[in-house]
Design a protein around this ligand. Structure first.
Ligand code: SIN
Length: 311
């Protein structure tokens, strides 16, 4: 019997697929839709301490090879998501979910994480170090010193299961430097990758989204090779206790198979979930299972990380 079950840390998931933060996760209603689908779990929209309206619309645009967005972290605020997750912890204690969060400053990030630490929440936490869309706020994980300082401080008080959402890196030296930093900390996972930041898509003579004069994060087919490279580069470099979530360019079971082959333990879907709706989880699960059956793999551990190289 072919199984697409997986785990992150000590948490088990019946299916390797889930949403990517930003898609189907702004409200309880959207999160419930993912929860009731074939997905193995969900991640919330990245929460800031207070709710945010985000950038002016139009701020998301589907394009033939993916999407461009500059949402600007619209969200309902930490308490909204935390309260919902605490409720689920009581009503569905066998399930684990991901709470995504980040502050608009290091101080705010610490305030948020201390609140989560002090709460009864026992699930996974994803610290988003990679939002490219808040004007005046650079992607944290492109600044290695800030990242290391932030994590050093976080782990003086934070004891729950924490991972980080990363932007794509494009240089071997940057993979080395980033992995050296992450290996210093008791992270549960890294998530590779957020959108490729600050692309520009033009229709006729005009940009496709309003914020930042059209600059926005790219998702979808454009980014799969970059996402796979990041998943595999970190799989090669991180200590085995830090698992990898693969995100970027997943439209089919074959795309997910490639992410897992590169080392991913969970696979997130963003742009194509937005385009297709939650029915995608059933389709890609069936497609992945068919590939696994054809190759004689019973579980994702049979091929996870086992990418073949040429001699
Ligand atoms: C956004 O809200 O701008 C997208 C979130 C992200 O890219 O982290």
């Amino acid at each position: 019997m072919v199984s697409t079950a997986s785990h992150i840390g000590d948490f088990q998931f019946k299916n390797v697929f889930m949403n990517a933060a930003g898609v189907y996760c702004m409200t309880r209603e959207e999160l419930e839709t993912v929860r009731q689908s074939a997905a193995g779990t969900f991640v919330t929209k990245t929460a800031t301490l207070e709710s945010r309206a985000g950038n002016p619309e139009p701020r998301y645009h589907d394009v033939p090879l993916g999407s461009i967005n500059s949402m600007g972290l619209p969200n309902q605020g930490l308490d909204y998501y935390l309260d919902y997750l605490l409720e689920l912890q009581d009503t569905a204690p066998e399930d684990t979910f991901f709470l995504s969060l980040v502050g608009l400053s290091p101080d705010e990030t610490h305030t948020i994480l201390k609140k989560v630490e002090a709460s009864a929440y026992q699930g996974l936490i994803e610290l988003n170090l990679s939002c490219p869309n808040v004007p005046g706020k650079p992607q944290i994980a492109y600044d290695f010193e800030t990242t290391e300082n932030l994590l050093t401080e976080v782990f003086t008080y934070f004891t729950k299961s924490l991972g980080v959402k990363l932007p794509p890196y494009f240089d071997i030296v940057h993979f080395d430097q980033a992995a050296t930093i992450f290996n210093k900390f008791p992270l549960t996972f890294v998530n590779c990758v957020n959108s490729i930041g600050n692309g520009l898509y033009i229709e006729d003579e005009t940009v496709a989204i309003k914020p930042k004069q059209g600059f926005g994060g790219l998702g979808g087919q454009y980014i799969k090779p970059t996402a796979l490279a990041n998943v595999h580069a970190f799989y090669q470099r991180l200590k085995p206790e830090i698992q990898i979530i693969g995100t970027g360019g997943v439209l089919t079971g074959r795309d997910a198979f490639e992410h897992i082959l590169c080392g991913a333990s969970m696979v997130q879907i963003g742009t194509q979930l937005q385009k297709e709706g939650v029915g995608i989880f059933e389709r890609v699960t069936a497609e992945l299972k068919a590939i696994m059956a054809e190759k004689g793999y019973d579980s994702i551990e049979d091929f996870r990380g086992k990418l073949h190289y040429m001699d």
